[in-house]
Design a binder for this molecule. Structure first.
Ligand code: MIG
Length: 810
């Protein structure tokens, strides 16, 4: 927390409570206003499972919705879904929606929610909601068997019960299990009990904090400071997927990325010359290790100036990018804030100064800090004019053939002195000025004198601090959409806020080449997925310090399941490419990357699903087995989609491990051996093997091994894991399109449904339904592989028509 919070009230100050409800007003069809002793409360039903609650002072007005996190205005929800019946009694007010009931106790204005079986959730406790100087908070009851997930980017294990989670973006270099504030702030959680769960989105961009039963067991406190009103959404769901669907309806979903972004990305700080990059690309192809993307870290620039190339090291960047493009590689360079450099013909600085695009102190002085380029300044991405300008500066990079952008240091990460001078991390002054639309400047178009005092800011840094990464990546996304109108681009960011999934993939920042970082990447990425951000990954092999061969092999095995699959390593570490650890590890890396590429049809379909519903791609087991309490703390097994489950090895020297198989029947991926679930098994896992299981009824679409995602394939494999009896049936809908353009938005995509079941004569049947939609794949063969104790194969030419297959084992 920045030092500026030091002046806040101490915990000994008492909270002011709301008091009694005096009167209620049925404002419009779905909003109820409560006038209380000390406050006004508004409750809006936006959907049958979604309720917004707001609190403001007795004589205040509710603030208008800010546009950054939540994208849907209250008025945009479908009115029919939000119809309510209000009943008043002497003690309480009850609001009935089609799914839940909201009950308000008149005496203290305590709010509680009830499901259709009259079970309470998200119940106010203590004083319900209240405030003391500079701070406003609310208290919810934590039920006996309740568990807490999400909270965005977090270290530690899955369940956050009994912890404090602060929402304030910082450069959390050297984070570990004790770290609270992270690069990213997403004030959202899911509370789960067996068969009763809800989501909670704290609608504030200011500093905020969840105390999940830490200060007082049994009660969760949500608090925000320094501005804004208490404002939250409760979303009910019968399963986690319903909660996430609603949450991402509120904050937005990931647009479908280009298929190449699902391939392997190779990164290092830095591949610092054209020759090194060309050599890297050559190595991948010669060694037949698939790879799609090469990232360029800060040394491609001329003296860390964004949007420039080093003349010495990258004299012909465009040529190089074009050459390796022929081999199926895309290039993604890093972009940071702007070097302060007057009179040096450095356009991003000059133009930014000329138009007054950088963040200023309250008294009008330019705010600056220090990072790699020495002195740096910060574009004010809150302003649409600045976002447009920033987006447009990408033009030259795009002309050079760049297809994606990597945004770093956007918490923003700032030092008070030059790096290397022992500088301390600092935050912007919280009253620094951000402007939504700075009228004066837009009118005169001239620079504002350094000494001018500007008082008209419509947002202070305290309100928009958490948004810096989100808005930076938004300007980049919008810019690339204009500059590459025909093709999808890839974006990566380190910082962000709720809704960052609308613009960018996210990686987990600077991890270490240590076993515990491999281990915690699982719950970390799973909680990101439960927070609406599904395109996520951690640096494979670890960023800081040196991986051992064994660690690297294990990390690659798990890493190929990360939605964002990138190897990265820091300056001053040893090289970390898949071939640097000897032949055995190189072979392991190749095998597992091959597996990822073979799984592309499955994986791409998961990305499509996520873009439609917000569903995570990498999932904790509790996502599907939410009524099985054995999954509530199970962090070291992950599901890729619904059907594939991995039990990775994340400790040195370990060659077997305990695996929990949830209910149902499971197949061993490697041997097809069958296990009945609801039990623990011991899996053997020599270095070359990551235990991997498939649920029965699965149909996993796969493709041949390729070196990059643009290679044309003329085979589609359907790996079928049959049900055990006639009561079970499996389905999979495959999504396909050209993988690159926006044509899918105009109907040029296809879906094909596959079903597996057992008929009366005990045949195992696989039906391929007619392909729907306008996208036509290349001419190809479909090969059905029945995975069972007995294996069998059948083939058909894919003509888009329905086909049925029977396998008879009698
Ligand atoms: O001060 O660009 O997290 O991935 O390699 C370090 C250099 C700045 C931090 C990023 C890391 C990147 C590095 N950056």
């Amino acid at each position: 927390m920045p030092q500026y919070f030091g002046s806040l009230p101490t915990t000994t100050d008492a909270w002011t409570a709301i008091g009694r409800v005096h009167s209620i007003k049925h404002e419009d069809k779905n909003t109820i206003h409560l006038q209380c002793d000390n406050a006004r409360v508004s409750i809006s039903v936006l959907d049958s499972n979604l309720v917004r609650v707001r609190l403001c002072g007795k004589d205040e007005e509710f603030l208008p919705q800010r546009p950054w996190g939540v994208t849907l205005d209250d008025s945009e929800w479908i009115k029919e879904n939000s119809q309510i019946i209000v009943q008043e009694s002497q003690d309480s007010i009850n609001i009935q929606t089609r799914q839940i009931r909201i009950s308000i106790q008149r005496e203290k204005c305590l709010i509680a929610f009830f499901d259709d079986q009259n079970r309470a959730f998200a119940q106010d406790t203590d004083i319900g909601m209240g405030w003391r100087m500079g701070s406003v908070a609310g208290w919810k009851k934590i039920e006996n068997d309740e568990h807490f997930y999400g909270f965005g980017e977090r270290t530690g294990y899955l369940d956050k019960l009994s912890e404090i989670k602060t929402n304030w973006a910082v450069n959390c270099l050297d984070f570990d299990s004790l770290t609270d504030e992270m690069y990213m702030a997403i004030p959202f959680y899911i509370a789960l009990r067996s068969n009763l769960m809800y989501g909670f989105y704290f609608n504030t961009t200011y500093w905020s904090q969840f105390d999940i039963g830490c200060e007082k067991p049994g009660q969760l406190k949500y608090e925000t400071r320094h501005g804004g009103q208490l404002d939250y959404y409760v979303m009910y769901g019968k399963q986690p997927s319903e909660i996430i669907r609603t949450y991402t309806q509120l904050t937005g979903r990931m647009p479908l990325p280009p298929k190449w972004a699902l391939g392997y990305h190779q990164c290092r700080w830095s591949y610092e010359s054209e020759n090194i990059v060309r050599d890297l690309a050559k190595n991948f192809r010669q060694r037949k290790i698939p790879c799609d993307v090469i990232h360029l870290d800060i040394d491609y620039m001329r003296g860390y100036r964004v949007f420039t190339w080093s003349n010495k090291r990258f004299p012909n960047a465009k040529q190089m990018i074009n050459d390796i493009k022929q081999e199926g590689f895309k290039v993604v360079p890093i972009i940071d804030p702007v070097k302060y450099e007057p009179e040096a013909d450095f356009a991003p600085f000059d133009e930014g100064m000329e138009n007054d695009y950088f963040v200023r102190h309250r008294d009008g002085r330019l705010f600056h800090g220090y990072a790699w380029p020495e002195k740096i300044v910060f574009p004010d991405f809150v302003r649409s004019s600045v976002r447009e300008w920033w987006g447009n500066i990408h033009k030259t990079l795009i002309e050079d053939g760049v297809c994606g952008i990597w945004n770093d240091m956007n918490e923003p990460a700032v030092s008070d002195r030059p790096i290397g001078d022992g500088g301390a991390k600092i935050c912007f002054p919280l009253d620094a000025i951000h402007d939504i639309d700075r009228k004066r400047q837009d009118d005169t178009n001239g620079p504002i004198n350094n000494k001018t005092v500007i008082l008209q800011a419509s947002a202070s840094h305290s309100e928009v601090h958490n948004l810096y990464g989100l808005l930076m990546t938004r300007s980049t996304a919008e810019g690339l959409r204009r500059l590459r109108p025909k093709e999808r681009s890839f974006l990566l960011t380190r910082s962000g806020f709720a809704g960052v999934q609308r613009y960018s993939a996210v990686w987990m920042g600077d991890n270490h080449s240590k076993w515990d970082y491999l281990e915690t990447s699982m719950p970390m990425l799973c909680n990101m997925g439960l927070s609406g951000v599904s395109f996520v990954g951690a640096d494979i092999g670890g960023f800081a310090s040196n991986a051992t061969a064994e660690l690297f092999a294990r990390w690659m095995q798990l890493g190929v399941l990360y939605p964002f699959c990138r190897g990265h390593s820091a300056m001053t570490t040893a090289r970390h490419e898949p071939w640097t650890f000897g032949e055995k590890v190189e072979n392991i890396c190749r095998d597992y990357l091959n597996l990822r590429y073979q799984l592309l049809p499955y994986l791409y379909t998961l990305f499509w699903e996520s873009s439609m519903t917000g569903s995570p791609i990498l999932r904790p087991l509790l996502y599907h087995y939410f009524d099985d309490s054995k999954t509530y703390a199970l962090y070291d097994q992950v599901l890729l989609g619904e059907w594939l489950m991995a039990a990775p090895i994340y400790r040195q020297g370990v060659e077997c491990r305990c695996v929990y198989l949830p209910r149902g029947t499971w197949y061993d991926w490697w041997t097809n051996e069958i296990y009945e679930g609801s039990k623990y098994i011991l899996a053997s896992a020599p270095l070359e093997k990551m235990p991997l299981y498939v649920r029965s009824c699965a149909i996993i679409p796969m493709q041949p091994i390729v070196q990059h995602t643009n290679e044309i394939v003329n085979k589609l494999f359907l790996n079928v894991y049959p049900p055990q009896d006639q009561n079970e049936r499996g389905e999979f809908i495959l999504y396909e399109d050209d993988g690159n353009t926006f044509d899918y938005q105009y109907g040029i995509y296809s879906t094909t449904k596959f079903c597996v079941y057992i008929d009366e004569s005990k045949n195992i049947c696989l039906d391929i339904e007619e392909r729907l939609g306008q996208w036509k794949p290349v001419e190809r063969e479909i090969i059905i592989n029945l995975k069972s104790t007995k294996q069998a194969e059948q083939r058909v030419l894919d003509d888009g028509k329905a086909h049925s297959f029977k396998f008879n084992f009698q």
